[in-house]
Design a protein around this ligand. Structure first.
Ligand SMILES: *[C@@H]1O[C@H](CO)[C@@H](O)[C@H](O)[C@H]1NC(C)=O
Ligand SMILES: *[C@@H]1O[C@H](CO)[C@@H](O)[C@H](O)[C@H]1NC(C)=O
Ligand SMILES: *[C@@H]1O[C@H](CO)[C@@H](O)[C@H](O)[C@H]1NC(C)=O
Ligand SMILES: CC(=O)N[C@H]1CO[C@H](CO)[C@@H](O)[C@@H]1O
Length: 698
């Protein structure tokens, strides 16, 4: 086969390329900072934190206005035309909505600016007063962005709320910020109506799609809202134009409520300056960002990653096409069979992702390849293995004849899933697995810029550079951030550790937000200003620096428990060690100060456990039954013990008893976050009886 020939000849060239680029490039260097003693690193290329990449521009409102002047006739916002909406019945009798969507319809920068000004004026005409806040509670769409920019032009602070937030959290966020105008879609309006009796401050609702939900009749008579459609607000504004009232850099642009893993959500206050600093920093890191690019917008705008990304895209003349996770590809759930998904219609060059979505892309491709079987499968696996050894170590090792050949034979089809032109993927929100990172690198032929940041640091933190092909790390400090590690003796992490400094990650710089809304106590606990005037945020994450100045996240401080006899157990560390057992699909270790040992809830992996049971000749009714059997629990415990020994865990770290669960933990069940991180508090509550039993049985 021709492919083999190439396979034998080309590696020589690769090896040469690899050598020349593997020079141990420095990306972060130590820096002298104030505040609590620690070990701090800054970006190599930027001695002082970046504040704005645009001269004379200090707010998002100015940034947008400038961009609209400069790119007046270019396309800015695109939304797909709805051709039809159908309900399909599955075999089980459940019904699914399927959409037939047409091509993108575009607003130019000039038209978008006009809409933004109209919205700003319309808001005033509706009676929205100075210093009152607006909440946007909706899926990502063009109107969201227009409303956001409209509010900025009136110096109105926007409260953002995750569309998936529960009733209590929603009520809390609207109450706490005394929101008077809520902008929402039909689905979200239904939720707002459900809690209408408890909302004292809301006076106006702006409905994005102009449609009323089925429960619209059930609003209590005591509630005196006005309801206006988005298009009517624009019309009102057009007829009653009002001058802008622009904000200052230190004015709060957004109060962002995010779902924490515990308790009620906290609102993080972000100034224009904060978001501008993060955006400016990201701009320095994505190569050649410019007017030729097209950005696929589909992640929640209530997430800082997407909000910052769209503001930056709109600042440099890029076109933003809107979509949704459920309509992204031709095979997405809500796309009518035979019609096109958002990505194949838009053909974006840039997109942002969270690891859960990239994992899904990877699994989808793997499944498809396995299902096809035969020569295609052999070819795919061979191509993948060859490319893996080529990119391993250096992204620059990835060029050459062989790549072109494999791309043509195999990966072109994979790339077509996302439109075929993606040249850069931004990933954030949670750590990306090394396996997925490699898979996307290879199949898409695109680098992934992985970031580490938090809402509290306005997504500022670290970012892996394009030419960094390593996996499992989150990169060097962003140009707007300093990253400091400080000792955490109780957890056993010290900056004096060798070979690498380890400790709690503290982020400093102009990107660090001003704190939590109406929550001074919590703000004081995790934000500190040093003697030089720099703000630092204490993340509670544990990391270590590599020799080139890149950060790796290794643990989480909150997850450390002191046992009865004084030993500290790092839950995350132990879970990471035990999850390698083939029988384990997911695991939560539980430790408490009233006992001297740990216990664990283990979600069993159905295929491996059933395989084992068949081989043992065990009879079982259903999987839940199999998981209850003593011999199964014994087998899985044995496997955990082996994994623990391999990771050299201490005896007190190994769960003394386990409960085997048959049902997987999914974001839908609320037991893991959208990024698939386990939600300890929720799991503890749901399985409190099981946990109590594990302790009492002993
Ligand atoms: C913007 O609004 C905030 C609070 O509503 C206010 O404190 C600030 O002074 C306003 N900024 C300007 C430039 O008027
Ligand atoms: C919101 O405020 C109203 C009235 O002050 C109160 O009845 C309601 O319980 C509050 N809800 C939350 C979640 O704080
Ligand atoms: C990639 O590199 C790592 C370490 O540099 C090595 O352990 C691994 O085996 C390599 N994988 C392949 C497929 O070459
Ligand atoms: C609001 C804020 O945190 N401002 C700080 C930004 O960073 C500079 C140093 O680069 C400080 O001087 C500011 O106080």
């Amino acid at each position: 086969m021709g492919a083999y020939m190439v396979g034998v000849l080309v590696p020589l060239v690769f090896t040469l390329l690899l050598r020349s680029s593997k020079n141990g490039k420095k990306r972060g260097v130590p820096v002298d900072v104030g505040g609590e003693p620690g070990y701090a690193i800054r970006n190599c290329r930027f001695p002082v934190p970046v504040e704005s990449a645009w001269e004379g521009i200090t707010t998002l409102a100015e940034l947008f206005e400038e961009a609209c002047k400069q790119h007046f006739d270019r396309r800015l916002l695109g939304t797909r035309k709805l051709i039809s909406r159908e309900i399909e019945k599955s075999e089980g009798g459940r019904s699914f909505e399927k959409l037939h969507l047409g091509d993108y319809e575009w607003l130019t920068y000039g038209q978008a600016f006009e809409a933004v000004c109209s919205f700003a004026s319309g808001l005033v005409k509706l009676g929205h007063g100075r210093e009152e806040r607006v909440a946007i509670f909706a899926d990502t769409c063009q109107e969201w962005f227009i409303a956001l920019q409209g509010c900025f032009r009136r110096n109105v602070t926007v409260v953002t709320i995750y569309a998936s937030l529960g009733e209590e959290a929603l009520c809390h966020s609207l109450n706490e910020t005394e929101v008077t105008t809520v902008i929402c879609g039909q689905k979200e309006l239904k939720k707002v109506i459900d809690i209408s009796g408890q909302l004292d401050t809301v006076k106006r609702i702006i409905s994005i799609d102009g449609e009323l939900p089925p429960n619209a009749e059930s609003v209590p008579a005591s509630v005196s809202w006005t309801l206006t459609s988005f298009s009517d607000v624009l019309r009102l504004g057009q007829q009653n134009s009002v001058d802008p009232e622009l904000p200052l850099p230190a004015d709060v642009a957004v109060i962002m409520y995010t779902s924490g893993s515990t308790g009620l959500p906290k609102g993080v206050m972000m100034t224009h300056k904060n978001i501008l600093a993060t955006g400016s920093a990201v701009l320095t890191i994505v190569p050649n960002l410019g007017t030729k690019d097209v950005y696929m917008a589909y992640l929640p705008l209530a997430h800082i990653l997407e909000l910052a990304a769209e503001n930056i895209m709109a600042a440099v003349g890029i076109s933003i096409g809107y979509g949704s996770p459920l309509t992204l590809t031709d095979t997405s759930n809500k796309i009518k069979k035979g019609t096109k998904g958002d990505a194949s219609m838009l053909r974006p060059t840039l997109m942002a992702c969270v690891p859960a979505i990239l994992d899904r892309v990877r699994d989808g491709v793997r499944k498809k390849v396995d299902a096809t079987g035969g020569l295609s499968k052999t070819l795919f696996n061979m191509a993948y293995a060859r490319r893996l050894s080529a990119v391993n170590g250096s992204w620059f090792g990835a060029w050459g004849l062989e790549r072109i050949l494999w791309d043509f034979l195999v990966f072109r089809k994979v790339r077509a899933i996302l439109g075929g032109r993606v040249r850069f993927v931004l990933s954030g929100g949670a750590p990306l697995s090394a396996d997925t990172q490699r898979f996307i690198n290879i199949c898409l032929g695109a680098p992934i810029g992985q970031g580490y940041g938090l809402t509290e640091t306005c997504a500022g933190g670290t970012f892996s550079e394009v030419d960094d092909a390593s996996v499992g790390r989150v990169g060097a400090p962003l140009p707007c951030s300093y990253i400091k590690l400080i000792d955490w003796p109780e957890g056993g992490y010290l900056t004096s550790d060798s070979p690498m400094a380890r400790g709690e990650i503290v982020v400093g710089g102009p990107n660090v937000t001003v704190g939590y809304f109406k929550n001074e106590e919590k703000t004081k606990e995790v934000y500190k200003v040093d003697e030089r005037g720099m703000r630092w945020f204490y993340t509670g994450d544990i990391g270590h620096f590599h020799a080139d100045g890149c950060l790796e996240i290794i643990d989480r401080k909150k997850d450390i428990v002191k046992l009865q006899h004084g030993e500290y157990v790092s839950l995350g560390k132990v879970e990471a060690a035990l999850i390698v057992s083939p029988y384990v699909d997911n695991i939560m270790l539980h430790a408490d100060p009233f006992h001297s040992f740990c216990v664990a809830l283990v979600v069993a992996s159905q295929t491996t456990v059933e395989d084992w049971a068949s081989k043992q000749g065990i009879q079982w009714v259903d999987f839940a039954d199999l998981c209850r059997k003593e011999e199964t629990v014994k087998e899985v415990s044995g496997s955990l013990l082996k994994a623990a020994k391999a990771a050299r865990l201490e005896k007190f770290e190994i769960p003394a008893r386990i409960k085997l669960l048959s049902e997987p933990w999914t974001p839908e069940s609320g037991l893991v976050t959208a990024a698939l991180k386990i939600k300890r508090e929720t799991i503890r509550k749901v399985f409190s009886d099981d946990l109590a039993k594990l302790y009492s049985d002993s």
